[in-house]
Write a protein that binds this ligand. Structure first.
Ligand code: NAI
Length: 220
Protein backbone atom coordinates (compact mmCIF):
# COMPACT_ATOMS: atom_id res chain seq x y z
CA UNK A 1 0.00 0.00 0.00
CA UNK A 2 1.29 3.44 -0.84
CA UNK A 3 1.71 5.72 2.18
CA UNK A 4 -0.26 8.45 0.41
CA UNK A 5 -3.40 6.39 -0.04
CA UNK A 6 -6.11 7.47 2.37
CA UNK A 7 -8.01 4.63 3.95
CA UNK A 8 -11.33 5.41 5.54
CA UNK A 9 -11.41 5.69 9.31
CA UNK A 10 -14.12 3.06 9.58
CA UNK A 11 -11.84 0.52 7.86
CA UNK A 12 -8.90 1.45 10.10
CA UNK A 13 -11.15 1.06 13.15
CA UNK A 14 -11.87 -2.54 12.10
CA UNK A 15 -8.23 -3.53 11.57
CA UNK A 16 -7.39 -4.26 15.24
CA UNK A 17 -10.25 -6.76 15.29
CA UNK A 18 -8.94 -8.50 12.16
CA UNK A 19 -5.49 -8.56 13.73
CA UNK A 20 -6.84 -10.11 16.92
CA UNK A 21 -8.88 -12.81 15.15
CA UNK A 22 -6.00 -13.69 12.84
CA UNK A 23 -3.74 -14.10 15.89
CA UNK A 24 -6.28 -16.50 17.39
CA UNK A 25 -6.34 -18.49 14.14
CA UNK A 26 -2.56 -18.79 14.18
CA UNK A 27 -2.69 -19.97 17.80
CA UNK A 28 -5.07 -22.70 16.66
CA UNK A 29 -2.62 -23.71 13.93
CA UNK A 30 -4.82 -22.44 11.08
CA UNK A 31 -2.58 -21.11 8.31
CA UNK A 32 -5.09 -20.22 5.59
CA UNK A 33 -8.70 -19.13 5.62
CA UNK A 34 -11.32 -18.06 3.10
CA UNK A 35 -13.14 -14.75 3.44
CA UNK A 36 -16.32 -16.75 4.04
CA UNK A 37 -14.82 -18.69 6.98
CA UNK A 38 -13.23 -15.57 8.46
CA UNK A 39 -16.56 -13.75 8.07
CA UNK A 40 -18.37 -16.50 9.98
CA UNK A 41 -15.88 -16.35 12.83
CA UNK A 42 -16.07 -12.58 13.04
CA UNK A 43 -19.85 -12.32 12.54
CA UNK A 44 -19.49 -9.99 9.56
CA UNK A 45 -20.15 -10.53 5.86
CA UNK A 46 -17.56 -12.01 3.52
CA UNK A 47 -18.03 -9.06 1.19
CA UNK A 48 -17.19 -6.65 4.03
CA UNK A 49 -13.94 -8.53 4.63
CA UNK A 50 -13.05 -8.55 0.92
CA UNK A 51 -13.87 -4.87 0.61
CA UNK A 52 -11.85 -3.94 3.71
CA UNK A 53 -8.80 -5.93 2.74
CA UNK A 54 -8.97 -4.76 -0.87
CA UNK A 55 -8.25 -1.25 0.44
CA UNK A 56 -4.71 -2.45 0.96
CA UNK A 57 -4.41 -4.14 -2.41
CA UNK A 58 -6.06 -7.37 -1.15
CA UNK A 59 -4.01 -10.09 0.41
CA UNK A 60 -6.08 -13.03 -0.73
CA UNK A 61 -5.80 -15.34 -3.70
CA UNK A 62 -8.85 -16.50 -5.64
CA UNK A 63 -9.66 -20.08 -4.66
CA UNK A 64 -6.95 -20.20 -1.98
CA UNK A 65 -8.13 -17.72 0.62
CA UNK A 66 -5.89 -15.69 2.85
CA UNK A 67 -2.52 -16.69 4.20
CA UNK A 68 -3.23 -16.02 7.88
CA UNK A 69 0.31 -15.24 8.96
CA UNK A 70 1.00 -12.97 5.98
CA UNK A 71 -2.29 -11.12 6.36
CA UNK A 72 -1.76 -10.64 10.09
CA UNK A 73 1.75 -9.41 9.42
CA UNK A 74 0.52 -6.88 6.84
CA UNK A 75 -2.25 -5.59 9.10
CA UNK A 76 0.16 -5.45 12.04
CA UNK A 77 2.57 -3.38 9.94
CA UNK A 78 -0.24 -0.97 8.99
CA UNK A 79 -1.23 -0.62 12.66
CA UNK A 80 2.39 -0.25 13.73
CA UNK A 81 2.54 -3.13 16.19
CA UNK A 82 6.24 -3.63 15.45
CA UNK A 83 7.08 -0.07 16.49
CA UNK A 84 8.51 0.85 19.87
CA UNK A 85 6.56 4.00 20.76
CA UNK A 86 7.63 5.40 24.12
CA UNK A 87 4.54 6.08 26.25
CA UNK A 88 3.98 7.82 29.57
CA UNK A 89 1.06 7.60 31.93
CA UNK A 90 -0.18 10.64 33.85
CA UNK A 91 -2.32 9.76 36.87
CA UNK A 92 -1.58 6.60 38.85
CA UNK A 93 -4.96 6.27 40.55
CA UNK A 94 -7.44 3.42 40.11
CA UNK A 95 -7.69 3.63 36.34
CA UNK A 96 -4.06 4.52 35.70
CA UNK A 97 -2.71 1.64 37.73
CA UNK A 98 -5.06 -0.80 35.99
CA UNK A 99 -3.70 0.39 32.62
CA UNK A 100 -0.10 0.25 33.84
CA UNK A 101 -0.39 -3.25 35.22
CA UNK A 102 -2.77 -5.08 32.90
CA UNK A 103 -1.82 -4.00 29.38
CA UNK A 104 0.93 -5.74 27.46
CA UNK A 105 2.19 -2.62 25.68
CA UNK A 106 4.79 -4.42 23.61
CA UNK A 107 2.06 -6.32 21.76
CA UNK A 108 0.70 -3.03 20.47
CA UNK A 109 3.97 -1.43 19.46
CA UNK A 110 4.29 0.69 22.60
CA UNK A 111 6.56 0.78 25.66
CA UNK A 112 5.48 2.26 28.97
CA UNK A 113 8.55 4.19 30.07
CA UNK A 114 7.28 6.66 32.67
CA UNK A 115 4.43 7.19 35.15
CA UNK A 116 3.71 10.54 36.78
CA UNK A 117 1.33 11.66 39.51
CA UNK A 118 0.89 14.82 41.55
CA UNK A 119 0.39 12.77 44.72
CA UNK A 120 3.84 12.70 46.34
CA UNK A 121 2.80 9.66 48.41
CA UNK A 122 2.88 7.55 45.25
CA UNK A 123 6.46 8.53 44.42
CA UNK A 124 8.69 5.49 43.93
CA UNK A 125 5.86 2.97 43.69
CA UNK A 126 6.40 0.44 40.90
CA UNK A 127 3.48 -0.25 38.57
CA UNK A 128 3.84 -2.60 35.64
CA UNK A 129 7.59 -2.49 36.15
CA UNK A 130 7.74 1.32 35.93
CA UNK A 131 8.40 3.73 38.80
CA UNK A 132 5.89 6.47 39.65
CA UNK A 133 7.60 9.88 39.52
CA UNK A 134 6.45 13.30 40.75
CA UNK A 135 5.14 15.84 38.24
CA UNK A 136 8.17 18.04 38.95
CA UNK A 137 10.25 15.50 36.99
CA UNK A 138 7.94 15.38 33.96
CA UNK A 139 9.67 18.02 31.86
CA UNK A 140 13.22 16.72 32.25
CA UNK A 141 12.00 13.17 31.67
CA UNK A 142 10.29 14.15 28.42
CA UNK A 143 13.32 16.07 27.17
CA UNK A 144 15.51 13.03 27.84
CA UNK A 145 13.20 10.17 26.82
CA UNK A 146 11.03 11.87 24.17
CA UNK A 147 7.76 10.00 24.77
CA UNK A 148 5.41 10.05 21.80
CA UNK A 149 2.28 8.85 23.57
CA UNK A 150 0.69 10.18 26.77
CA UNK A 151 -2.07 8.30 28.54
CA UNK A 152 -4.15 10.62 30.68
CA UNK A 153 -5.90 9.16 33.73
CA UNK A 154 -6.35 12.41 35.63
CA UNK A 155 -9.39 14.49 36.59
CA UNK A 156 -11.10 16.51 33.85
CA UNK A 157 -10.04 19.88 35.31
CA UNK A 158 -6.35 18.96 35.26
CA UNK A 159 -6.33 17.67 31.69
CA UNK A 160 -6.25 20.85 29.50
CA UNK A 161 -3.12 22.26 31.11
CA UNK A 162 -1.27 18.94 31.13
CA UNK A 163 -2.28 18.30 27.54
CA UNK A 164 -0.87 21.68 26.50
CA UNK A 165 2.36 21.13 28.41
CA UNK A 166 2.86 17.65 26.96
CA UNK A 167 2.22 18.90 23.44
CA UNK A 168 4.94 21.52 23.95
CA UNK A 169 7.20 18.73 25.20
CA UNK A 170 6.75 16.82 21.94
CA UNK A 171 3.98 14.34 22.73
CA UNK A 172 2.29 13.36 19.47
CA UNK A 173 -0.58 11.17 20.65
CA UNK A 174 -2.99 11.21 23.57
CA UNK A 175 -4.85 8.17 24.84
CA UNK A 176 -7.13 10.25 26.95
CA UNK A 177 -9.32 8.75 29.68
CA UNK A 178 -9.94 12.04 31.49
CA UNK A 179 -13.44 13.34 30.87
CA UNK A 180 -12.07 16.40 29.07
CA UNK A 181 -12.45 15.82 25.32
CA UNK A 182 -9.16 16.98 23.84
CA UNK A 183 -10.08 18.97 20.72
CA UNK A 184 -8.09 17.30 17.95
CA UNK A 185 -8.64 20.22 15.56
CA UNK A 186 -6.63 22.56 17.81
CA UNK A 187 -3.63 20.26 17.75
CA UNK A 188 -2.30 19.81 14.22
CA UNK A 189 -0.03 16.81 13.89
CA UNK A 190 -1.29 15.31 17.14
CA UNK A 191 -3.45 12.18 17.27
CA UNK A 192 -6.15 12.01 19.92
CA UNK A 193 -8.18 9.08 21.15
CA UNK A 194 -10.70 10.27 23.74
CA UNK A 195 -11.96 7.18 25.53
CA UNK A 196 -15.20 7.19 27.51
CA UNK A 197 -16.20 3.78 28.83
CA UNK A 198 -19.52 5.35 29.85
CA UNK A 199 -20.33 6.04 26.18
CA UNK A 200 -19.93 2.36 25.41
CA UNK A 201 -22.13 1.44 28.38
CA UNK A 202 -24.83 3.89 27.23
CA UNK A 203 -24.74 2.30 23.78
CA UNK A 204 -25.23 -1.08 25.44
CA UNK A 205 -28.19 0.23 27.44
CA UNK A 206 -29.69 1.73 24.31
CA UNK A 207 -29.49 -1.77 22.82
CA UNK A 208 -31.46 -3.21 25.76
CA UNK A 209 -34.18 -0.58 25.42
CA UNK A 210 -34.32 -0.90 21.67
CA UNK A 211 -34.65 -4.70 21.88
CA UNK A 212 -37.31 -4.43 24.57
CA UNK A 213 -39.30 -2.03 22.41
CA UNK A 214 -39.15 -4.34 19.39
CA UNK A 215 -40.08 -7.40 21.53
CA UNK A 216 -43.09 -5.52 22.89
CA UNK A 217 -44.24 -4.40 19.46
CA UNK A 218 -47.53 -6.19 18.67
CA UNK A 219 -47.32 -8.50 15.66
CA UNK A 220 -49.51 -7.57 12.72
P1 NAI B 1 -8.27 8.42 40.91
O1 NAI B 1 -8.71 9.56 41.75
O2 NAI B 1 -8.14 7.07 41.52
O3 NAI B 1 -6.84 8.78 40.22
C1 NAI B 1 -6.53 10.03 39.70
C2 NAI B 1 -5.05 10.22 39.88
O4 NAI B 1 -4.68 11.41 39.20
C3 NAI B 1 -4.65 10.40 41.35
O5 NAI B 1 -3.62 9.50 41.67
C4 NAI B 1 -4.24 11.85 41.47
O6 NAI B 1 -3.22 12.04 42.42
C5 NAI B 1 -3.76 12.12 40.03
N1 NAI B 1 -3.82 13.54 39.68
C6 NAI B 1 -4.79 14.42 39.94
N2 NAI B 1 -4.50 15.63 39.42
C7 NAI B 1 -3.29 15.48 38.81
C8 NAI B 1 -2.46 16.37 38.10
N3 NAI B 1 -2.81 17.65 37.89
N4 NAI B 1 -1.31 15.88 37.62
C9 NAI B 1 -0.94 14.59 37.81
N5 NAI B 1 -1.70 13.71 38.49
C10 NAI B 1 -2.86 14.14 38.98
O7 NAI B 1 -9.27 8.39 39.69
P2 NAI B 1 -9.48 7.20 38.64
O8 NAI B 1 -10.59 6.36 39.09
O9 NAI B 1 -8.18 6.56 38.36
O10 NAI B 1 -9.97 8.01 37.38
C11 NAI B 1 -9.11 8.93 36.74
C12 NAI B 1 -9.91 9.87 35.90
O11 NAI B 1 -10.48 9.17 34.82
C13 NAI B 1 -11.06 10.50 36.67
O12 NAI B 1 -11.12 11.86 36.38
C14 NAI B 1 -12.29 9.80 36.18
O13 NAI B 1 -13.40 10.65 36.11
C15 NAI B 1 -11.86 9.37 34.81
N6 NAI B 1 -12.48 8.12 34.35
C16 NAI B 1 -12.65 7.99 33.03
C17 NAI B 1 -13.16 6.85 32.51
C18 NAI B 1 -13.33 6.75 31.04
O14 NAI B 1 -13.94 5.82 30.55
N7 NAI B 1 -12.80 7.69 30.30
C19 NAI B 1 -13.58 5.72 33.33
C20 NAI B 1 -13.30 5.93 34.72
C21 NAI B 1 -12.78 7.10 35.21
Amino acid sequence: MSKNEKISNSVIRRLPRYYRFLGELLNEGITKISSRELAERMSVTASQIRQDLNCFGGFGQQGYGYNVSELRGEIGAILGVNEDHAAILIGAGNLGRALAVHLDYGRYGCRLCGIFDSNENLKGEILGGVKVSPMSELESFCIKNKPIIAMLCIPKDAAPEICEKLTELGVKAFWNFSHYDIPQKNLPGVTVENVHLGDSLMYLCYGINDKRASDEKPEN
